[in-house]
Design a protein around this ligand. Structure first.
Ligand SMILES: Nc1ncnc2c1ncn2[C@@H]1O[C@H](COP(=O)(O)OP(=O)(O)OP(=O)(O)O)[C@@H](O)[C@H]1O
Ligand SMILES: [Mg+2]
Length: 254
């Protein structure tokens, strides 16, 4: 069980998280909310990449607020980034082994990679450098986090950069992970199909928890199932404003 008590996070004068209180003990919890509402910041604080300005974090009753990342990882907390980090010199197979602490046979690595839609023979010996596309890197990171089977698996927008065709299999990965995992999965997402498989949803707005409730209650409020979605509306309005602000290029006279 993860507990956040009165978490605040400020940078210079800017308050990014404001008195966040949460108890997470369900198996699949989604975090959603507008861009810039503090979702990634919140999960980075749970992983220990940044320290809260004030407040407490408890994992199964143990105070981990001042615990470094590697110790949290040993306790079973893992994190898949919004933008995965590349490691030159490290191969896909090395990463899977590092993550799970096991030596993988080709077949085992193949089954993990095929779950994220990658063919092992093409990828297993590839280096984790910038020759991998963004979507490939993202899938490898999801495979790695799934391979760990942690007590608490944190995913930051796993759908970002994944093509439409692979999105279906991504949902399948999370359904599988849900079946297999004994721990909790916390996933940041804007995708209604991911929100639709969560037990509970946290809706963050301007650094505050606006709502934390069973999925259907939050979905009803956000109206995600109909075209009037609050998040989609906001994105749509932004896109519309951006489109209006683009002026056609004028040909130079003369
Ligand atoms: N170190 C920092 N210095 C200044 N501002 C920061 C810092 N870290 C985060 N922020 C700001 O805090 C706000 C929350 O950022 P965060 O990345 O948590 O948002 P998010 O909800 O994950 O957004 P998105 O949906 O776009 O990924 C943003 O306005 C961001 O610019
Ligand atoms: Mg984010």
């Amino acid at each position: 069980m993860l507990e956040l008590q009165h978490i605040n996070y400020a940078v210079a004068d800017k308050e990014i998280l404001k008195d966040v209180n949460l108890v997470i003990d369900d198996r699949f919890v989604a975090v959603t909310g507008p861009n810039g509402s503090g979702k990634s910041t919140l999960l980075k604080i749970v992983m220990g990449m940044i320290a809260p300005t004030s407040g407490k974090i408890l994992l199964d009753g143990v105070d981990i607020t001042n615990m470094p990342i590697n110790e949290r990882a040993n306790l079973g907390v893992s994190f898949a980034f919004q933008q995965p980090v590349r490691f030159k010199g490290l191969r896909v197979k090395d990463l899977l082994e590092l993550a799970s602490g096991k030596n993988y046979s080709f077949n085992k690595a193949c089954s993990i990679l095929s779950e994220v839609g990658l063919c092992a023979k093409d990828y297993i010996f590839r280096e984790l450098d910038d020759t991998l596309s963004g979507g490939e890197m993202k899938r490898i990171e999801i495979a790695m986090t799934a391979a760990r089977g942690s007590k608490l698996s944190l995913f930051d927008e796993p759908e970002a950069g994944i093509d439409l065709w692979s999105f279906k299999s991504l949902i399948h990965i999370f359904e599988n992970l849900y079946e297999k995992t004994a721990g909790s999965i916390v996933i940041i997402s804007h995708q209604e199909r991911i929100l639709a498989i969560a037990d509970k949803i946290i809706y963050l707005k301007d650094g505050r928890v606006e709502q934390y409730a069973p999925r259907d209650e939050v979905l009803t409020r956000l109206n995600v199932m109909s075209p009037g979605c609050a998040i989609l509306d906001e994105k749509g309005e932004k896109a519309e404003r951006a489109a209006k602000s683009v002026r056609p290029l004028k040909r130079k006279e003369g």
